[in-house]
Design a protein around this ligand. Structure first.
Ligand SMILES: [Zn+2]
Length: 361
């Protein structure tokens, strides 16, 4: 498992949020009434009504595996540890400080989670649900108490409680003006052209398409209009990619690729970003390069360079072509095959783009 203990960016991926402001008195008993982790990968919670919850996610470090935890008001009487199974190492119930209850779910190494997509959903005044993992490996129910039981009759005003709560990145992406920008993201290759083939048969086309889709989602959530040059495995030449961006008069164009080294040398790893012309293109490339390096510790910085690639040479707007690592490199390939790393790269690319847009506009 990759460790990112020095990466502040991923130390906390989430926060929120809830509900009404009825905070329980400090000395009251725990607001957590029951919890269950089900075979379908959902964590379900029952709390006292109108409880303020806070949830967090932290990437694995030297000491712990990936952890998700929820803080509840009210003090827990009996701190305890419950052994997990399947992807879950253990569950800890504790009191991080006086008057609080914390439910910690620690995952095993090699469990690939997708915290950026997590949502905590309020089912009613006192029940919550969040999907934590896909039940690929067999997982046996763990829990305490009965979640389904309702402690009181739902009141008329509870519409406001049926809300979805996003898990936000702790280090929020930069804000830009809503609906002002149009960005074209170009996942390299596609269809009969798989691009680079790396260690274990990993294919560039698959990696860059997945990342591009997440970049689109992240930017869209920030009010940026995003178009992909391709959404699936289709054969797409370079000229239509360029004319697409030129015709819709995009503000910027970003092409996403992964590298392969000649002779498939496993010792060659690293990230690089190209532009063709102009200080804007160069600035865009620099912002993206800086961010992708942050999520790829140990992988060499091959720099921001001028390159004569067709798609960045012929697009009329500021354009960059990013190489997110070597599929033939031992270090990069091992990361790029993981969804969690693809999400980190997508986040980094989105952040670089948003930084550029907020600066240059
Ligand atoms: Zn490529």
């Amino acid at each position: 498992m990759m460790r990112f203990s020095n990466e502040r960016l991923f130390r906390y991926l989430s926060i929120f949020l809830f509900l009404n402001s009825a905070i329980l008195p400090v000395k009251s008993s725990s607001a957590l009434a029951a919890w269950q982790i089900k075979t379908n990968g959902f964590l379900e919670l029952r709390t006292k009504s109108n409880t303020n919850l806070k949830a967090y996610f932290q990437k694995a470090n030297q000491i712990y595996g990936d952890r998700f935890w929820v803080d509840f008001p009210g003090e827990l009487k009996n701190p305890r540890v419950i052994k997990g199974n399947g992807p879950i190492k253990e569950i800890r119930l504790g009191k991080p400080n006086t008057g609080k209850t914390r439910l910690v779910i620690e995952f095993k190494d090699e469990t690939y989670l997708s915290p950026l997509t997590w949502r905590m959903v309020g089912l009613d005044q006192n029940r919550w649900r969040i999907k934590l993992f896909n039940p690929k490996n067999s997982f046996k129910n763990i829990g305490e108490g009965v979640v389904e039981k309702r402690t009181r009759i739902i009141k008329a005003n509870q519409n406001s409680i049926y809300k979805r709560h996003r898990i936000h990145d702790y280090f929020q992406l930069p804000n830009v003006k809503q609906n002002k920008f149009l960005v074209v993201i170009d996942p390299g290759h596609g269809g009969p052209d798989p691009g680079a083939i790396g260690i274990g048969g990993i294919r560039e086309t698959d990696v860059v398409l997945e990342i591009s889709k997440i970049v689109k989602k992240l930017l869209s959530e920030k009010g940026v209009n995003v178009r992909l040059t391709r959404k699936n495995e289709v054969d797409l030449d370079l000229p239509p990619r360029v004319s697409f961006a030129n015709n819709i008069d995009a503000d910027i164009f970003v092409s996403i690729h992964a590298n392969a080294s000649r002779g498939k040398r496993r010792d060659i790893n690293g990230l690089e970003t190209f532009y063709y012309r102009g200080w804007r293109g160069r600035l865009l490339a620099k912002r993206i390069q800086k961010q992708i390096l942050r999520v790829s510790p140990g992988s060499p910085d091959r720099g921001v360079k001028q390159g004569r690639f067709y798609v960045i040479k012929n697009t009329r707007m500021p354009a960059a072509l990013v190489e997110i690592g070597f599929l033939t490199g031992r270090l990069d390939a091992r990361r790029l095959e993981k969804t969690a790393h693809r999400q980190r790269l997508a986040y980094a690319i989105a952040k670089g783009i948003l930084e550029y847009l907020s600066k240059v506009g």
